[in-house]
Write a protein that binds this ligand. Structure first.
Ligand SMILES: NC(=O)c1ccc[n+]([C@@H]2O[C@H](COP(=O)([O-])OP(=O)(O)OC[C@H]3O[C@@H](n4cnc5c(N)ncnc54)[C@H](O)[C@@H]3O)[C@@H](O)[C@H]2O)c1
Ligand SMILES: *[C@@H]1O[C@H](CO)[C@@H](O)[C@H](O)[C@H]1NC(C)=O
Ligand SMILES: [Zn+2]
Length: 531
């Protein structure tokens, strides 16, 4: 599992620093080795990789130009912290709630990636000695080649499985409860999710609540809407086969649903929800309708942009008093940065191609890879305003908007559409918090940044985003086009306030409640209409 993860890490580095590598043949070789061959000693390789990462950090990286800035890299951040600790008197008790975080941690599911790799899943489950497998999918995906292959693969191995195909697209609490009620009597020892984020998230929660049969549904749901209890039990193995290139849910410990009574999305987030293995097969995403490709791809775009610009891990308070309490969404950190920035660059390059041409296999494949990379990035760094504000947008949907191209009966503002619609306003707002990062993001969109001033970083990125959305096509140009009116703004703000888990990572957002409300209101206003 570690090895797979490191290969992926090595692979991303290969992309990031291609230019530097060309100048340094020695490094090039070592990266190649990481991406393609399995070297004998994992530990040595990991250490070498980390060393290589530190030493080949590109001098053009914006973070080096401003050493005092909060987005520092491993070495300075760590040494600054240790100075502080060594000076501290251990005689005086310290209130940990005022101390800032000093560490970051990396967690991701094992990922296998390759065309046709779906057929291996029967062997995986046999290797895991699975006896009662719950296959989770939805009615659309149940008819696709991915599910045909899964059925064949499981039958070939003589495995005992049942299929739940009633997953609701963009699940609601009640659809999740129905799925849990279906799973409980079957009492599976293993879960297999085949579908988009809706399916994978539903499977995670079926797994959670069959392992906690006595728990109340809100026990693990993010506070303050739920109790936000930590998941202390180990859950059953879950294999996820994504059929969209979007959520990255195959790598994360997050499950999102709409809490109907509160008219806002929320979810459960804990490392124990993470799938054991994500099987990413680019042949499975081919059949997505163009509209699903576009909105799930915009989700990747926002995952990468938000995690790249989230407040850094070492600005977060309180410092956890037990490693168990360290949140999965830790803030931007040197490892998540690699994943997020690469995913951003790939999305800008390949999403328009993949939406336009379903036969462009390179673009389809690169988008699936980008969604997984972004999943690792935001799964460890977190997302912020676009996501926090999207939860009431898609939960409230006062105009009963139905996105064209989604083959479902219900009104729906797809997740990707709901995050992208505030993106221009959000990054215009966050630009001042970290101009270098916003300028680097604008550069990823192809903007010539040579004359961009730090003061206009947010504006420049917002313009690039608007242009990207317009060229992608079929995207609402603001909340008005989604059916929101000015009288809906208050409720949007109130629906965003409880999204603490992501808002705490939003740069520039006030801590004081009324100020925060005003800022959010302005962001929603700015998102009503754009070009
Ligand atoms: N867990 C996370 O970390 C995370 C992150 C972001 C979003 N989400 C959640 O995930 C959900 C959205 O997931 P999504 O964008 O992957 O889409 P989805 O699972 O909602 O699927 C969208 C539509 O596409 C269909 N579909 C899926 N794959 C297809 C294929 N290969 N061919 C044809 N049709 C296909 C589905 O049946 C559905 O109708 C939202 O509820 C969102 O809140 C979760
Ligand atoms: C969903 O599952 C049910 C029962 O297992 C089955 O009868 C139905 O045909 C399935 N739906 C699709 C679309 O495959
Ligand atoms: Zn998302």
């Amino acid at each position: 599992m570690h090895l797979l993860f490191l290969s992926l890490l090595a692979y991303t580095y290969q992309i990031t620093f291609r230019r530097q590598e060309q100048q340094d043949e020695r490094v090039h070789t070592s990266f190649k080795m990481g991406a393609i061959r399995v070297v004998p000693n994992k530990a040595t390789r990991a250490v070498n990789l980390l060393r290589t990462i530190q030493h080949t950090h590109p001098p053009s990286c914006p973070c080096h130009s401003n050493p005092g800035h909060h987005h520092n890299h491993v070495a300075p951040a760590v040494s600054r912290f240790s100075e502080r600790t060594s000076r501290r008197s251990y005689g005086t008790p310290q209130d940990p709630s005022h101390l800032k975080e000093y560490a970051f941690e990396m967690a991701a599911s094992a990922i296998r990636f390759g065309p046709g790799v779906t057929q291996e899943v029967g062997m995986d489950l046999a290797n895991m000695k699975a006896k009662r497998i719950c296959v989770v999918t939805d009615e659309t995906v149940d008819k696709l080649d991915a599910m045909r292959q899964v059925r064949e693969a499981l039958t070939r191995e003589g495995l005992n499985f049942r299929v739940f195909n009633k997953t609701r697209v963009e699940p609601k609490d009640y659809s999740i409860k129905e799925a849990i009620a279906w799973a409980k009597p079957f009492n599976p020892d293993t879960f297999l999710a085949v579908g988009g984020g809706s399916v994978i998230d539903t499977a995670k929660l079926m797994n959670l609540y069959t392992c906690y049969p006595e728990a109340d549904f809100l026990d693990f749901v993010n506070a303050p809407l739920g109790k936000g209890l930590p998941i202390e039990r180990e859950l059953r193995p879950l294999i996820a086969i994504p059929t969209t290139a979007g959520t990255g849910s195959e790598t994360t410990g997050t499950a999102i649903f709409d809490l109907a009574s509160r008219r806002a999305k929320t979810g459960v987030a804990h490392r124990n929800l993470k799938p054991t293995l994500g099987i990413c097969d680019p042949l499975n995403t081919r059949t997505m309708p163009a509209a699903v490709k576009a909105s799930s791809g915009l989700d990747v775009l926002c995952h990468s942009l938000e995690s790249w610009t989230a407040i850094p891990f070492n600005e977060r308070t309180p410092r956890p008093t037990n490693p168990m309490l360290r949140p999965a969404y830790q803030g931007a950190n040197p490892i998540s940065d690699i994943f997020s920035l690469n995913a951003l660059r790939a999305t800008v390059k390949y999403l328009p191609r993949s939406v336009r041409d379903p036969d462009d296999m390179e673009a389809q494949s690169e988008m699936l890879l980008a969604s997984t990379l972004a999943g690792v990035g935001f799964g460890n760094a977190g997302v912020h305003l676009c996501h926090g504000m999207s939860y009431p947008i898609s939960g409230q949907n006062p105009g009963k908007y139905r996105h064209a191209g989604y083959n479902i009966a219900d009104a729906i503002i797809p997740h990707g559409v709901s995050v992208a619609v505030t993106a221009p306003a959000v990054f215009r707002f966050t630009g001042a918090s970290n101009p270098e990062r916003h300028i680097a993001a604008a550069e990823a969109f192809g903007v010539d940044i040579s004359n961009v001033k730090r003061e206009s970083a947010g504006e420049v990125l917002a313009d690039a985003l608007q242009k990207f959305l317009a060229e992608l096509g079929d995207q609402p140009k603001g909340l008005k086009a989604l059916g929101f009116k000015s009288e809906d703004l208050d409720e949007l703000v109130e629906g965003t306030i409880p999204q603490q888990r992501v808002l705490m990572l939003a740069p520039g957002l006030a801590k004081e409640l009324q100020q925060e409300r005003d800022q959010l209101r302005r962001l929603f206003e700015d998102s009503m209409e754009f070009n």
